[in-house]
Ligand binder design. Structure first.
Ligand code: PMP
Length: 405
């Protein structure tokens, strides 16, 4: 049975006081905290196994390679990919999307083609496409989003009919508004019109089981650090035939088969996209984070987060002077809001003084903030170790902020 107190005991960072108050950590959409199991996997690796992978002729290198490749297999299983060579290690979601935009985008985009992204995307799912579109004389167009934060799926269909769309790139979950996008429908629609789909799973991956084969998604990108793993490690899943067709991203060691001045041939997947010494320890840390998540009944985690989210929304409704930003029907564990008459950054600072950690600002989603006519929001985002008392502390602290402002 899921027990939030037991979960909290796995996260040593939560035990501290901040500004004289017990820490309430509500900035999980920015990065999640790390359980002992992940911290121990990292320190065990450096204490016992540290060596470079794949080429070593010695025991430590064999051990490192084994753990490194075992983590890849864990990711494959975690997202139900068909092959572990469809799992490419990157630094994070940002690098994964850049890889696809650069390699796949450069390969398929022609003058006049279109890449569609939703109007609520994170900058990392906009700018890489703008960069490649500029090189190819193609265009990036936003799929409209209502002020409630819901994507206009009918308009997507019209746009797919009107333009030569090669790629639809869309977030599984909006980090700014918490909207859960209907990725299944988007993928089906895009495929019917001959476009490929990249899903930015940065905010989706820690919340629900993802089955890339059932979704039939072409590319799925995510970051380890938003699912209890270290920073600096992320994943690009891509369908084998697409990854095979794409040119390499970075050049160097590991990604080659043979090198000569007459010409170089490239390694097979996944190594073709993994130039240089990889981030071995953090790959192993990501494997440990998956082991950690898999010990739970995922449905219980989902139910727990929903309970916290619904409780937070109820408290927000009862709280005078709060405008909730993002009211989509399907939402994940994010409460984005503004306090009337107060700048989000002032609210964030005054919450921090009371030990409550939130994020403030545009959340790297300036286009949707511009549409809503606001400079940003205060964002409280939840994870498996948050409990209702955290929400009570947030709202008690907000009452004090109101008095102060
Ligand atoms: N997309 C979304 C929806 C995100 O929330 C984030 C992180 N805030 C990113 C992309 C970028 O992730 P990273 O910084 O880990 O590359």
């Amino acid at each position: 049975m899921f027990n939030v107190d037991e979960v909290r005991a796995d996260f040593p960072i939560l035990e501290q006081q901040v500004n004289g108050q017990p820490l309430v950590y509500l900035d999980n959409a920015a990065t999640t905290q790390k359980p002992n199991q992940v911290i121990d996997a990292l320190s065990d690796y450096y204490r016992c196994d540290n060596a470079n992978v794949h080429r070593g002729a010695h025991t430590l290198s064999d051990r490192s390679t084994h753990k490194f490749e075992a983590a890849r297999e864990k990711v494959r299983d975690f997202i139900r990919a068909a092959h572990s060579h469809e799992i490419i290690w990157t630094k994070g979601t940002t690098e994964s999307i850049n890889l696809v935009a650069y390699c796949y985008g450069s390969m398929v985009l022609e003058e006049g083609d279109t890449v569609l992204v939703s109007a609520m995307e994170h900058h990392s799912n906009i700018v890489p496409w703008q960069l490649v579109a500029a090189r190819k004389n193609a265009q990036v167009l936003p799929i409209p989003v209502s002020d409630k934060g819901e994507m206009a799926i009918e308009t997507l269909e019209t746009m797919l009919q009107q333009h030569s769309v090669k790629m639809v790139a869309i977030a599984h979950v909006s980090n700014a508004l918490g909207t859960i996008n209907p990725i299944r429908e988007v993928i089906d629609l895009a495929h019917r019109h001959g476009a490929k789909v990249l899903v930015d799973g940065a905010q989706g991956i820690s919340h629900w089981p993802v089955d890339v084969q059932k979704l039939d998604v072409d590319f799925y990108a995510f970051s380890g650090h938003k699912m209890f793993a270290p920073t600096g490690i992320g994943v690009l899943y891509g369908k084998e035939e697409l990854l095979n067709a794409m040119p390499p991203f970075l050049g160097g060691g590991e990604m080659i088969e043979t090198v000569s001045f007459a010409g170089t041939t490239f390694n097979q997947l996944p190594f073709k996209f993994e130039a240089g010494t990889p981030n071995i320890a953090d790959v192993i840390g990501l494997g440990a984070a998956i082991d950690y998540l898999e010990q739970f009944d995922r449905q219980q985690l989902i139910d727990h987060e929903l309970d916290i989210l619904n409780y937070a929304f109820k408290r927000a409704e009862e709280c005078q002077g709060i405008n909730v930003v993002g009211q989509a029907q399907h939402r994940a564990g994010v409460l984005s809001f503004n306090l009337q008459g107060a700048h989000p950054s002032d609210v964030g600072m005054l919450l921090d003084q009371q030990g409550v950690a939130v994020r403030t600002g545009h959340h790297c989603a300036q286009p949707i903030m511009a549409q809503l006519g606001i400079p940003g929001t205060v964002r409280a985002s939840f994870s498996i170790y948050n409990h209702r008392q955290d929400i009570d502390r947030l709202f008690a602290a907000l009452e004090k902020v109101k008095q102060f402002l």
